[in-house]
Structure formats: C-alpha cells, structure tokens
Write a protein that binds this ligand. Structure first.
Ligand code: NOJ
Length: 527
C-alpha cells in the first residue's frame, strides 16, 4: 500500500485564484499570491492544489472563457510566475493540478475569430454552426446553462453557433480531429512544464448529439430551478462518444507518468460511473458531487456512501467533494456546527477528498450588495449567482484581511476580523485546527487514506458510523448529524482510543459504550 499513487493517498485543495492572495494591489488574487501562501498549505497538510483557470481571458466567466490555452493572463502574472508556483509547490511536496476548459473557448480566441470570419474559413468547423430553423429562430431547443437559448446568431455569416454557457463561450467541435489534436498539444504544453494533472471542466459536455435532436421536456422542472432544467440534457451532453475523447486525454497523460485526470461531471450516479471508462480508460476520478446534492441527514448520507461504494466499477477509485466555486459554501448549507462534522466526514471517507479554499476557516455565504455582483449568471438569473462562495480568503485581522491592499473584487465576510487564518491558527478547537488535525490523521493512518470502508449500523437517529481498516488497524468514525446526545454502544471485546474529537476528549480510552454530545464527531482507534 505504501506505493499507492499520490492522488489516491492525497488530498486536493482547490484555489480560486482571483480570491486567494493579491500581491500587486489590484484587488484580484494572482500567481505570486499562491506562491506566497504555499507554506500555509504545506502547514495545513494538503497534498495537491487545483488552480481554477489562469489562462488569458476576457473574464466573461472569470477565466472559464479561454482566449489562449497555452498562456497566463496578465491579471494573474506570467508563465514564469506559473513556473515558479510549480517549482515552489514541488519543493514542498505539493502537486499542482490545472483547470482545463476544453468544451468551449472565449469568443476572443483567435480560433473563434477565424471561425466566424466566413463560412469557408478553415477554422469554421472548429466550432458548432447550424443554419437557422425555418422560422429564422435557433436550430433546436437547447438552452444555455446560464439561462436563455444556447444558440446565438452570427448575422454576418447567417448561422447560429452553439454555447452551452455564455454567448461569449462558444463550444468547440470535438468531433473535429484537428480540435482534438490542438487540445492535446495544450495538455502536453502544461505537462512539459511539470503540472501533475488536470481538472477538466464540464467533461460530459464535450460531444453533442450528431443529429442535434431537441432535448425532451423535464417532467420534474419547477420554477425555482434555473431555466436549463426545463429540458433533460439528453442530446446536448453525456453522449457515449465522449468516452473516446476522455480515453485519448488519458493516453496523453499516461506518457508523463503519474498524472491525474479529474472530470467535472454533474450526472446521476449510474451515469457518473460510466466516466471511469471501459477498463478504467476514462477519468481517473469523475468528480463525485453527491454529498453536495444529498440532504444533510445521517440516514441519507449513509445510503449515499453505500450506493456510491456499490456502484463503483472494479478498481475505480472514489472521491468526495463538499463544495467548490459553483456551489453554496458547506458552512452556509449545514451551519457552522455541522460544517465540522462535514469536515470529519470528507476527510475520513474512502476516496480522495477535495477541499475548497476558505472552508477550513468556516467561510460561509457572503452577501453581495446589488452594486457588486460579478457573476454573469446572477445577472441572467438572479438568485443563482456564485459570488457568495467566491469571496477573498481571509488571512489576518486588519484592512482587507491580508488578502489585498485595496478593496477586493468581491467583499470580505463581515466577521473577517475574527474569521481568518491568523486568528484561528493553533487555537485548540477552531475549525482550522480541526482541518489540520484531520489532515494529519489521514496522513498518519493508512486505514484512513487507503483502507477499506464498512458501515456500522447503530440504530440511533441522527448518527452515522463506519469503520476504516488497513493492515489490522481499525478506525471507527462516529458522527452526530443532530443536536441530541446519545450513548453509543461499542464492541465489548476491545478498547477504543479517542484519536480525534470535535470536543476536548482526545487520548481517552473508552470501553463498552461512550457518550456522544450533540453535533459531536469522534474518530476512535481500536486498541
Ligand atoms: C464549470 C465551472 O466550474 C464553472 O465555474 C463555469 O462557469 C462553467 N463550467 C463553464 O465553464
């Protein structure tokens, strides 16, 4: 087990670069800021950083609209700043995972500029163009994920182009071999610079139905949902041929040794599993967002874990996610006390955990005044915007929380004076201390990182319990999703040492049963 590949053993920490650390006083984070905070990440105990896009971009979708797949936007720095981050990360034994956004480029990408120049342009077929419907409207009923039709008419050439997201993000035509070759060259460009893997944006979108059939109506649509949900995305995404593409990407990575391919996929469990690919030729880790989508109840989470474990293909490695730059903060969703239980869950389940920056200090939903809205989705569909979970990291008390010297691009949380790394570091019982201790424990115990998983049914409402085991060591995790205290029975034939508790009781050895407080979590070692 000692040889298990790094991305199975390790934990990933997502950095949203605009919001991590500003060093040049423009209110937006940058690569030099990431380099400055690597010591913190090493101290925290994560193993890899995933950096959201840093490519040249008009920033219509804050970097998810790429104008050059092989460069760095001046807002974030230069290629040599990037090389410095990689070198300094590696010096601290941290891996670097890049966000790769192959489904769509920016409207400003030279490829798209050429494509829209004329119907005859050799780049035309690099994007997805269709004639108008007979009434002059869009070619089919596909909708944009950010609201409105997914087709925009280009009046000069008389055709519509397809964009699953903003009209500033035209989808590339992945059925065109030249597009594939260009994208694989971009992957190699970064692999040669030493990146350890990629998180691939909306990977299930890459191939669309060849006949562009209308999506069927979604019977479960309700008005509070974003408009995209009016139709089931049956033909616009998740087409079987996408697995060939992912297999090709994996083959590119394989030439470089132990690199990881993580796929962003929002699909139901059975479809998600397909993305491991035939004979595991697909994504190493199709992102598992089920914890984000499951009600925060012990019984629901237990069922989820069991279903997920059972659905995994033979040899497929699990992974778990509590939040990211597109989802409400975990502390906002379940409250601060349960956010501690969530941290314990994330870092003790079988499978690679991905942490979202700021969750380790318990950052919550930061309200955004109307005049400061940034996310284009919020403008299109109010209430669905993602700014509240993208606010700056809070490093210390004082002006701008150590993030910047000027007003940041998004506001800080109101409690930044007390909710910051400096204030919580080395404070027993703080959220940050809990995260750090969990990460240390995960490193210290093979059972937690690569051991087996077994549910332990306790029959007590609100409690979730399971065991992780490796090489004869058995760890039992007991998490209280409720506020009621319980007396929890334990197997009588051994003692249990408290390795970590969310309240001060560490080191204690218990036998027969233990008293568990409301919202308390425990990790026990069989002795
Ligand atoms: C998924 C990304 O996580 C999200 O932030 C982005 O807006 C869309 N893909 C479009 O790239």
């Amino acid at each position: 087990m000692a040889e298990t590949v790094w991305w199975k053993r390790g934990t990933v920490y997502q950095i949203y670069p605009r919001s991590f650390q500003d060093t040049n006083g423009d209110g937006v984070g940058d690569l030099a800021g990431i380099a400055r905070r690597l010591d913190y990440l090493a101290w925290l105990g994560v193993d890899a950083i995933w950096i959201s896009p840093i490519y040249p971009s008009p920033m219509a979708d804050f970097g998810y609209d790429v104008a050059d797949y092989c460069g760095v936007d001046p807002l974030f720095g230069t290629l040599s700043d990037f090389d410095h981050v990689v070198a300094e990360a590696h010096r601290r034994k941290l891996k670097v995972i890049l966000d790769f956004v192959p489904n769509h480029s920016s409207i400003e990408h030279p490829w798209f500029r050429a494509a829209r120049a004329s119907r005859e342009n050799p780049r035309r077929d690099w994007y997805i163009w269709r004639d108008p419907a007979p009434d002059g409207g869009p070619p089919n009923n596909w909708l944009s994920n950010f609201g409105g039709p997914a087709w925009t008419l280009d009046p000069a050439t008389g055709q519509y182009y397809y964009h699953a997201f903003l009209r500033e993000q035209p989808d590339l035509n992945w059925r065109n071999p030249a597009v594939r070759a260009a994208m694989y060259a971009a992957l190699r460009f970064w692999l040669e610079r030493g990146v350890d893997g990629f998180r691939v944006d909306v990977i299930w979108h890459l191939i669309k139905d060849e006949a562009f059939r209308d999506n069927p109506a979604n019977p479960d649509y309700a008005a509070h949902l974003p408009e995209i949900n009016r139709f089931a995305q049956v033909y616009s995404a998740d087409r079987p041929e996408v697995l060939d593409v992912i297999g090709e990407m994996r083959a590119v990575l394989r030439d470089y040794g132990e690199r990881v391919l993580i796929g962003e996929i929002y699909l139901p469990m059975e479809r998600l599993m397909a993305y491991y690919g035939p004979d595991l030729s697909g994504a190493d880790m199709p992102f598992n967002f089920q914890l984000i989508q499951t009600p925060w109840r012990a019984d629901a989470v237990q069922a989820l874990i069991e279903n997920y474990e059972a659905a995994l293909p033979e040899g497929g490695w699990p992974n778990w996610v509590l939040g990211n730059h597109d989802q409400p903060r975990i502390a906002a969703r379940v409250g601060e006390r349960q956010a501690r239980i969530a941290a314990m869950l994330l870092l003790t389940l079988r499978g690679t955990p991905t942490l979202y920056y700021g969750d380790e200090i318990g950052l919550g939903h930061v309200p955004i005044p109307a005049g400061r809205v940034q996310d284009p989705w919020e403008r299109n569909e109010p209430g669905h915007g993602r700014d509240p979970e993208r606010t700056p990291m809070q490093w210390e008390a004082g002006p701008r929380a150590g993030f910047s010297t000027v007003e940041p691009w998004l506001p800080l949380s109101e409690d930044a004076e007390t909710r910051n790394v400096d204030a919580l570091q080395d404070v027993p019982g703080s959220m940050l201390t809990l995260y750090r201790r969990l990460l240390a424990l995960r490193r210290a115990h093979d059972a937690l990182s690569v051991g087996s998983y077994r549910s332990v049914p306790l029959g007590l409402p609100g409690l979730l319990a399971y065991e992780r085991a490796a090489d004869g060591a058995v760890l039992r995790v007991i998490l209280n999703f409720g506020e009621a205290a319980h007396t929890v029975p334990l197997p009588e034939d051994c003692g249990w040492r408290v390795l970590l508790s969310s309240v001060p009781r560490n080191g204690e050895v218990v036998r027969g049963s233990l008293d568990l407080g409301g919202a308390e979590g425990l990790i026990l070692l069989r002795v």
